[in-house]
Ligand binder design. Structure first.
Ligand SMILES: NC(=O)c1ccc[n+]([C@@H]2O[C@H](COP(=O)([O-])OP(=O)(O)OC[C@H]3O[C@@H](n4cnc5c(N)ncnc54)[C@H](O)[C@@H]3O)[C@@H](O)[C@H]2O)c1
Length: 336
């Protein structure tokens, strides 16, 4: 049994509590939040867990083997560092840390201590993203040309980070997983309207080199909720619409071929458009966070490396950092 403490019981923490409570091989030992009454309320729903308000005391407790952090981003590094130093395995909510320097320190410390450091890039554990990865790796889309991603809705405004650090980690983690290499450069336009301090809308552009470019639109100001990623390749195009309950993935067997030819005695570009079938694969149902928790427990038990390890967390943080620099430079191109 891995004895778990969940730290941070705001919006997301209770989902971790529910999943660890129901997971094989885990015992929910502590639920912790410094906000008065929060942990007690959670422990009433999960009586096997003890309520606590002091995160450092929980981390140091001898009956805690692993810690899951669903706390504000600037607390990820100090809390994860304390946990790793105490020999505890750590699951950290996205983004892994507030800077690449912090992320690198956590990776090095976890390696030295021989503990698991995993970041919750939850979408990588969905049936949809797993299937898209298979489709790309099989070569069905051909050479990737462009990626277009939209993740917008009304709120939820954060107090500690802008919309890039809040929403984009999901899409950046998905694209990092699918493409398998870091972008060469990042250019971002961001703007703060309703928020006093932080950007609430942004357009993030990545150049991966070899002709592949990607654009991400993130916003807290959209009246409609959209979660869509389009991946266009030389052979086919794939659209992943996460809010579609039935056909989340559609593969369009469409492409364009351009050749030089002779038309009425003149050299011309001849463009052939191929518009074929649209195919939607069946996807297994299931909560992605349940798969995250099961994978974390498996890595703790077997000593394996998580799919979303510290290095995956660092890659996303590096892009977020570059995005922040670019926003400050009014969209200037930042080389990674
Ligand atoms: N994977 C996902 O889909 C997903 C979704 C939402 C949020 N998140 C991530 O989860 C984290 C928390 O986000 P949220 O929306 O739940 O924030 P939130 O503000 O709703 O909750 C954070 C909680 O942490 C508590 N807290 C603050 N400092 C603490 C400390 N030192 N120790 C213990 N608890 C502390 C606060 O009292 C609060 O209850 C962020 O990293 C966020 O990016 C992930």
């Amino acid at each position: 049994m891995t004895r778990i403490a969940v730290l941070g019981l705001g919006y997301w923490g209770p989902n971790l509590v529910r999943n660890f409570h129901g997971a094989d091989g885990a015992r929910l030992r502590f639920v912790c939040d410094p906000r008065p009454g929060r942990a007690e309320a959670m422990a009433r729903a999960y009586p096997a867990a003890e309520a606590a308000t002091d995160p450092l005391a929980v981390i140091a407790h001898p009956e805690v083997d692993a810690v899951a952090l669903a706390t504000p981003v600037d607390t990820h590094h100090p809390l994860a560092k304390a946990a790793i130093a105490a020999g505890k395995h750590v699951l950290v909510e996205k983004p892994l840390a507030a800077s690449s320097e912090q992320a690198e320190e956590l990776i090095e410390l976890a390696r030295a201590q021989g503990v698991v450091l995993m970041v919750d890039h939850v979408f990588l554990y969905t049936a949809a993203v797993r299937r898209i990865k298979e489709i790309i790796d099989r070569g069905d889309l051909g050479t990737l040309y462009f990626i277009n991603s939209v993740r917008v809705n009304l709120g939820q405004f954060q107090n500690d980070v802008n919309v890039v650090w809040d929403l984009a980690p999901h899409d950046l983690a998905i694209v990092d997983h699918l493409v398998g290499r870091l972008p060469k450069s990042v250019s971002v336009f961001g703007s703060a309207h309703k928020h006093r301090q932080f950007e609430d809308v942004a357009y993030i552009n990545l150049d991966f080199g070899q002709g592949l470019i990607a654009g991400f639109h993130v916003s807290w100001l959209s009246p409609v909720k959209m979660r869509q990623i389009m991946l266009s390749g030389s052979e086919r195009c794939l659209v992943y619409n996460d809010v579609d309950p039935v056909e989340k993935i559609k593969v369009y067997d469409s492409s364009v071929t351009v050749r030089e030819g002779d038309l009425e005695g003149r050299r011309r570009l001849l463009v052939d458009y191929r518009s074929g079938d649209v195919w939607s694969p069946h996807l297994e149902r299931g909560e992605a966070l349940q798969a995250v928790v099961a994978h974390f427990l498996e890595c703790v038990r077997d000593g394996g490396a998580p799919l979303t390890d510290g290095a995956a967390g660092l890659r996303v943080v590096r892009i977020l950092e570059a995005a922040q620099q670019s926003i400050k430079a009014q969209g200037g191109r930042i080389t990674l």
